[in-house]
Design a binder for this molecule. Structure first.
Ligand code: NAP
Ligand code: ZN
Length: 348
């Protein structure tokens, strides 16, 4: 066992603070990673504050991890010391169920091991995430990062990136389609970049008029301020697909009405409370309401390779770890441009 420095939430209503924990020594198939950067996802905030229920304290969040390999087990062939690597939301799964065999480990039938706040298949304890100096992960759940991309601005690809890439691929978004993205935060800004790169015509729906110019730079062809009723009225039945990245409660019926016949509204945002849906809004022109959860390991690597080919990374604001509680408050005010990334060199 080795002692690892971290930041943890000790209760739903207490700020994150320094913490240390014992980490397992790498087994034959493990990779030990020196964490250099970790993105700050809104899910970290939901979980640190127990907004979804089920948080186990102390909780070390962080599932957008980028770093370098420091040690590998004797059976590890894919990675060597010094390689730039990444870890996302998953660190293990049963690998034998139908979903794992189809490379959809996020839906592992015996339960995927999430990077933090999950039962640890090795130690029987709880997993601790990327707000820490080091992580030990089985080689099958470690991703390769290209030397072509900046490490810090690649870190959020591991959740914000894959969570938006996967549904755009699943619902075959591309040329000739009109796509909506709701919310311009961490997920939303990657959705704009990917939908644009895939050739779709992209509209952003935002509550923040001040984000209009950035949205256009990030890939939106049109920006609609969701408080502007007249502009919203004009969107009825216009869209093939809408990706909803909003973290707080909002009216889904408004956006369902913007879909054409057979259009799909896919939720990736995960507000804690249920949201009512009008049956007529679905049955009238046969619309679909769907959801999507991150992506499997194979697709995550495909997304990282797509980003390396196209030179796509995240727009980040770097913070030292002692600013994490301020970053959470700013995230709640939609004041993120467009992902906070923790520089772990600040954790001493
Ligand atoms: P974020 O950076 O905080 O962005 C959320 C955006 O939603 C805000 O920037 C804001 O954009 C908009 N918004 C916030 N409050 C709103 C409200 N009351 N009404 C309308 N719009 C509002 O969060 P994130 O990290 O992108 O995560 C977004 C959500 O996705 C979270 O719930 C997170 O837990 C979830 N998530 C899901 C998955 C998955 O696999 N499904 C993975 C990662 C995260 P504007 O200022 O543009 O309105
Ligand atoms: Zn996340």
């Amino acid at each position: 066992m080795q002692t690892t420095k971290a930041y943890a939430a000790r209760a739903a209503n207490s700020p994150l603070a320094p913490f240390s924990f014992e980490q397992r020594e790498p087994t034959a198939t493990d990779v030990q990673i020196d964490i250099l950067f970790c993105g700050v996802c809104h899910s970290d905030l939901h979980i640190a504050r127990n907004e979804w229920g089920g948080t186990i304290y102390p909780c070390v969040p962080g599932h957008e991890i980028a770093g370098r390999v420091v040690k590998v087990g004797r059976e590890v062939k894919k990675f060597k010391e010094g390689d730039p690597v990444a870890v996302g939301c998953l660190v293990d799964s049963d690998r034998v169920c139908e979903n794992c065999r189809e490379n959809l480990e996020q839906f592992c039938e015996s339960g995927p091991t999430f990077t933090y706040n999950s039962s640890d298949r090795h130690t029987g304890g709880v997993t601790y995430g990327g707000y820490s100096k080091s992580i030990v992960v089985d080689q099958d759940f470690v991703l390769r990062l290209s030397d072509k991309l900046d490490l810090a601005s690649s870190a959020p690809l591991l959740c914000a990136g894959i969570t938006t890439y996967s549904p755009l691929r699943k619902w075959k978004v591309g040329k000739g389609q009109k796509i909506g993205v709701i919310g311009l935060g961490g997920l939303g800004h990657m959705a704009l970049k990917f939908a644009n790169a895939l050739g779709a015509e992209v509209t952003l729906f935002t509550t923040s008029p001040g984000k209009t110019a950035d949205a256009k730079r990030l890939g939106a062809h049109e920006v609609v301020i969701s408080k502007d009723e007249e502009a919203m009225q004009k969107q009825q039945k216009k869209f093939d697909f809408i990706l909803d990245t909003v973290s707080a409660n909002h009216d889904l019926n408004t956006y369902l009405a913007f879909l054409k016949r057979d259009g799909v509204l896919a939720l990736v945002g995960a507000p804690p409370d249920p949201m009512p849906v009008s049956a007529f809004n679905l049955i009238m022109p046969r619309r679909q309401l769907a959801g999507s959860l991150i992506g499997g390991i194979k697709e995550t690597q495909e997304m990282l390779d797509f980003c390396a080919d196209r030179g796509i990374t995240c727009d980040i604001e770097m913070i030292s770890i002692d600013k994490i509680n301020d970053a959470y408050e700013r995230m709640l005010k939609s004041d993120v441009k467009y992902r906070f990334v923790i520089d772990l060199a600040s954790l001493t």
